[in-house]
Ligand binder design. Structure first.
Ligand SMILES: [Zn+2]
Length: 192
């Protein structure tokens, strides 16, 4: 098992977790910015983080792993590789979460649902519903970054995350970082 400090170090070293003063795509401001693709681009980091989470599911007789595209694809693949099972992914088409490409969930299959980052849990909930509607059994969820700091209840028996954080964001006119006069940056504009 990795220690929480080691996990934080992986996220910071890879540029997946930035500290500063950011304008998010929502227009809100935040002192932290998370971009999971930055850590998932490194197979050795992905392997270590998935190994950390997969340990919780080795005795659960998982039949397959599934996650929502794009963020869940790499994660699903590496979790599945470590558990020695198949990796599927769902896709959102016209705002509906679907299983495409002839992917199939057998009746009674024991399924681990994964996601890169959860804030409201919208996508992962839709995947859980899709699995259940297909007759699969959701054994649990594994989320790389839980931005709700463990507050999110996905209605499953076992939920694990590699990193659990509460990321605060502010309306621009109520942003304490603006009030401190800290220059704002758009995530990804930083050269390091
Ligand atoms: Zn601000």
């Amino acid at each position: 098992m990795l220690k929480q400090e080691q996990i934080l170090e992986i996220f910071e070293d890879s540029g997946a977790l930035l500290h500063g003063h950011f304008r998010l795509t929502s227009g809100r401001h935040s002192g932290e910015y998370i971009q999971c693709a930055q850590v998932l681009q490194y197979p050795e980091y992905t392997e270590a983080l998935c190994e950390h989470m997969a340990e919780s599911f080795v005795d659960d007789d998982v039949d397959l792993v599934i996650g929502p595209a794009m963020g869940g694809v790499t994660l699903s693949y590496e979790m599945a590789r470590q558990l020695g099972v198949a990796s599927l992914f769902t896709e959102r088409v016209d705002n509906k979460m679907l299983l495409r490409r002839n992917f199939y969930i057998p009746e009674g299959a024991r399924v681990l649902v994964v996601e890169d980052v959860t804030t409201t849990g919208g996508s992962i909930r839709e995947v859980i519903e899709l699995v259940r509607a297909a007759g699969g059994v959701v054994v649990g969820t594994a989320v790389l970054v839980d931005r709700t700091n463990g507050e999110l209840d996905l209605g499953v028996d076992k939920s694990v995350s590699a990193l659990s954080l509460s990321v605060q964001s502010f309306e621009p006119d109520a942003c304490p970082l603006c009030q401190e006069g800290l220059p704002i940056e758009k995530p990804g504009s930083r050269k390091e």
